[in-house]
Design a protein around this ligand. Structure first.
Ligand code: MN
Length: 319
C-alpha cells in the first residue's frame, strides 16, 4: 500500500531513548486518501508522541471497504512493508517480478533496500462473493547496514503460532517467546496477531524490547488498561509479560522491538536519514530512474510523487 495522503508532511522520528515501562494511550488519526475517492485510513504510527516502536515506524488500518483499492506502482526506500489482510484479497506485483495474491492469514513482506516499486490491486480479483477489503499495512525501518542493500519479497502462508491459555498468537515477523517467524527482518523485533477467547491470557515479553498493543476487533484489557479500538497502547520497555483479559473475545496486534537508535526522516513512501536523501529519492522516482525498477502489467502508469512540503521539520525528542 502506498501512503496516499494528498499532502504528506515530512516527519522526523528521533532516535529512541529508554523510556522505561510507561503506558501511554495513542489514538489513531483519520487520514483522508487523495488517490482513492471517499476513503481514509486510521494511522497509529508514526505518532507525535511515539514515532516508532522498535523499528516499527508506520501502522495504517485500511478498510473495511467495498470500493476497489487499486494502488498503482509507487516506490519505497529504507523500509520493509508488512501487509496483513484481515478480510478480502490483494494482488501484489513488484519490480522484482513478484505477482502474488495475499489473503487473510498470509503475510507479504517486501524489503526495499535502496529502492523498489510495487502495486496492489483488488479489482483484478473482483468477485461479488468477496468479503470487503480490510487490513493492516505496516513499515519496518531498515537499519543503516542494510538500508542501501538489495530489494526482496517474501510471501508466507505458514506462520508460527503460540497458544497460551485463551490466547493464540500468530507471529508475523520476528519472535515471541519460542516462536520465530520465517520472514527475514534486520533488527530484533516482533509483530504478532493475538486472538483472545473469553478469559485470561498471558505472554512472556522480552525486557529489552519496547512494546505496543492495538485492538483490531472486540474489547480487551492489557496489563489492566482497557483498550479502545484503533488506539495504540504504548507499553515501553522493561516488562516481563503481557496480561490479557477479554469478556467477549478480541483480536489484537502486538508490536515490539529493540528501541531504534537511528533518527529517521520519513516523507511519502520514503525513509532516509536527511531531507536531502528524501529529495533525491523523489527526483529519481519522477525521472523513472533504475533505482526503483518497473512493475510489469501497468503500461507505465504509476503514482507521481506529491510536491515536497515547504516546511521541514526539526527533530523532536520523544515524550
Ligand atoms: Mn507500498
Amino acid at each position: 500500500m502506498s501512503n496516499l495522503e494528498a499532502d504528506p508532511a515530512e516527519t522526523v522520528c528521533p532516535a529512541s531513548e529508554d523510556g522505561g515501562p510507561a503506558a501511554l494511550s495513542l489514538p489513531s488519526r483519520e487520514v483522508p486518501l487523495g488517490g482513492v475517492r471517499g476513503t481514509s485510513v486510521r494511522r497509529s504510527l508514526p505518532h507525535r508522541d511515539i514515532p516508532t516502536v522498535g523499528a516499527w515506524c508506520f501502522l495504517d488500518h485500511f478498510g473495511p471497504t467495498d470500493h476497489p483499492m487499486d494502488i498503482l506502482p509507487h516506490p519505497h526506500t529504507g523500509l520493509q512493508t508488512v501487509t496483513w489482510p484481515l478480510s478480502g484479497r490483494l494482488r501484489h506485483r513488484d519490480s522484482l517480478g513478484s505477482d502474488v495474491v495475499v489473503r487473510p492469514g498470509e503475510l507479504n513482506l517486501m524489503t526495499s533496500g535502496a529502492g523498489v516499486s510495487h502495486s496492489e490491486f483488488t479489482s483484478d480479483l473482483a468477485d461479488p462473493a468477496d468479503a470487503p477489503l480490510d487490513g493492516l499495512q505496516l513499515w519496518v525501518a531498515l537499519p543503516e547496514d542494510v538500508r542501501h542493500g538489495s530489494a526482496a519479497f517474501e510471501h508466507h502462508e505458514d506462520l508460527p503460532v503460540l497458544e497460551r491459555g485463551s490466547s493464540r498468537a500468530t507471529v508475523l515477523v520476528g519472535s515471541l517467546e519460542d516462536q520465530v517467524s520465517p520472514a527475514e527482518v534486520h533488527s530484533p523485533l516482533v509483530g504478532a496477531e493475538i486472538t483472545l477467547r473469553p478469559g485470561d491470557g498471558a505472554l512472556e515479553l522480552e525486557r529489552s524490547f519496547e512494546y505496543a498493543v492495538q485492538v483490531i476487533d472486540g474489547r480487551a484489557d492489557v496489563n489492566g488498561e482497557a483498550l479502545a479500538p484503533d488506539t495504540l497502547l504504548f507499553l515501553g520497555s522493561g516488562r516481563a509479560g503481557l496480561d490479557l483479559r477479554t469478556e467477549a473475545g478480541a483480536r489484537l496486534l502486538l508490536l515490539g522491538g529493540v528501541p531504534f537508535e537511528e533518527e529517521l526522516v520519513m516523507w511519502w513512501n520514503f525513509i532516509g536519514r536527511s531531507h536531502a536523501e528524501v529529495e533525491q529519492a523523489r527526483t529519481q522516482w519522477e525521472a523513472s530512474a533504475d533505482r526503483f525498477g518497473s512493475v510489469a502489467g501497468h503500461a507505465g502508469a504509476r503514482i507521481p510523487a506529491p510536491p515536497l512540503p515547504n516546511v521541514r521539520l526539526t527533530p523532536r525528542r520523544r515524550r
